[in-house]
Design a protein around this ligand. Structure first.
Ligand SMILES: Cc1cc2nc3c(=O)[nH]c(=O)nc-3n(C[C@H](O)[C@H](O)[C@H](O)COP(=O)(O)OP(=O)(O)OC[C@H]3O[C@@H](n4cnc5c(N)ncnc54)[C@H](O)[C@@H]3O)c2cc1C
Length: 401
């Protein structure tokens, strides 16, 4: 019988041979021995200590602060700076998503858009001040690009302004959907310089007068991640808070190219979780005197989820290969992001169906994945916008700007 709590434990979700971890493509074999051992440890700890705790936090829309030291011990705060290969980093993102998608959003944004941005575009002083705390998750940052009136058209429409004033800057405007906005120590705010019209980025400490962050409530996915509406009401910052390398929107685009690839890894991870939960349920739940797993239609659904997951994972292995070679361009990461999140949405819908009525309550985890997949489909550029980026690259015709 299913557990009384209704929550399938990781061990229940891995019923044994011949493919206990669903790695049909032997992706782990591509890692050198040290990275493989590290990844296996990350997976084991996340499945044992983290995943079982997350549904309750998800239901309550609360952030599990006590888990941050655990994530730091696994080295998940310094994936950008510790010399890990792109394949290892991607698979680590995937493992976090397999345990909990909100935490994988925190880990991904943290590494790709906060640590990555400060280490690549920040000054020496900014790196010294912020990176040690970030790497150990004792500091948190937020990436503040989207605005209430500008989402898909943010590149041309960005309205938050930065005005030079004496030896500092004054920021005015608003940001929306900003991950960790209510709990971060600072936000990396993209704003338009009123003098030259260029888009620049600034470190804005969240305790500065004029900075206000309000939690966005009642989300249907990523409920553990604390997304915020941010108001910048004449926030004054010193000139040393300007990131010297962030002088145009193309630098934001470089970051988004990499972070879109990260979402592809999330999409692979969520599908592995969906497969494991659906398989375990289908093996344990009996109808008509047989386990669901013995019915042909259910087998087809499990097979499709697994095929989607493996197609996503294999695509992401290819992305890691070209990323490692310094050849990743926006067209490839947009294609990977759009394709894997489309498959993820389909996989969690199939998984939800396999669980019947129990797929409707988060007590059985699948409904949590079902909501989380919607966010993967939409953030870091919607499915439609990423599809249009790919089509623009292969036709030479822009259909959206
Ligand atoms: C949970 C969550 C977390 C997020 N975290 C962050 C964060 O940490 N930092 C940050 O800066 N942002 C964040 N975002 C913002 C996210 O990147 C945007 O929501 C996304 O880019 C879409 O913008 P929008 O919501 O304004 O939708 P809109 O741009 O208003 O789009 C609405 C719909 O219209 C479609 N559409 C728009 N223009 C076109 C077009 N030209 N052709 C065809 N279709 C079009 C879109 O595809 C979409 O279906 C987050 C969003 C969510 C939901």
């Amino acid at each position: 019988m299913l557990q009384a709590s209704g929550l399938l434990r990781p061990e229940a979700a891995q019923p044994g041979p011949p493919f206990p971890d669903a790695d049909l493509m032997h992706v782990l074999d591509l890692l050198p021995a040290d990275e493989r051992a590290r990844l296996e440890e990350i997976r084991a700890v996340l499945q044992r200590d983290v995943r079982p705790l997350t549904p309750a936090f998800w239901n309550r829309e609360e952030f599990p602060f006590d888990l941050l030291p655990r994530l730091a011990e696994l080295g998940l705060g310094r994936l950008q700076t510790d010399g890990s290969s792109r394949l290892f980093t991607g698979l680590a993102y995937s493992e976090v998503a397999r345990a909990d998608v909100s935490l994988s959003a925190l880990v991904g944004i943290h590494n790709e858009l906060v640590v990555g941005m400060i280490s690549e575009l920040g000054s020496e002083e900014q790196r010294e001040r912020w990176l040690p705390g970030l790497e150990s998750f004792t500091s948190l940052g937020a990436f503040a690009l989207t605005e209430p009136e500008h989402g898909s058209d943010i590149a041309g429409g960005l309205a938050t302004s930065a005005t030079r004033d004496g030896d500092g800057w004054v920021l005015r405007g608003a940001k929306r959907w900003i991950g960790a906005g209510t709990i971060a120590d600072f936000a990396l705010v993209w704003a338009r310089d009123t003098a030259d019209g260029a888009i620049k980025a600034f470190i804005v400490e969240t305790d500065r007068p004029g900075f206000a962050a309000t939690k966005i409530e009642n989300k249907i996915g990523l409920r553990i991640m604390q997304n915020a509406d941010i108001v910048l009401d004449e926030v004054r910052i010193p000139d040393s808070n300007l990131l010297p390398g962030a002088t145009a929107f193309c630098q934001a685009n470089d970051l988004l190219r990499d972070s879109r690839a990260w979402v592809g890894w999330q999409a692979a991870g969520i599908q592995l979780a969906a497969f494991e939960i659906a398989r375990a349920y289908a093996l344990e739940r009996f109808q008509f005197g047989k386990p669901l797993a013995a019915f042909q239609l259910v087998q087809q659904q499990l097979s499709e989820i697994l095929g989607n997951a493996q197609a996503s994972l294999s695509l992401m292995v290819g992305i890691a290969r070209i990323q490692e070679a310094g050849q990743l361009e926006m067209v490839q990461s947009a294609m990977a992001k759009a394709t894997t999140t489309r498959l993820a949405r389909s996989s969690v819908a199939l998984g939800r169906s396999v669980l019947g009525g129990n797929g409707i309550t988060t007590d059985y985890e699948m409904a949590k994945l079902f909501g989380d997949a919607e966010v993967l489909y939409t953030y870091e550029g919607t499915y439609e916008i990423n599809s249009l980026i790919v089509a623009r690259a292969v036709t030479g015709k822009s259909a959206f700007v």
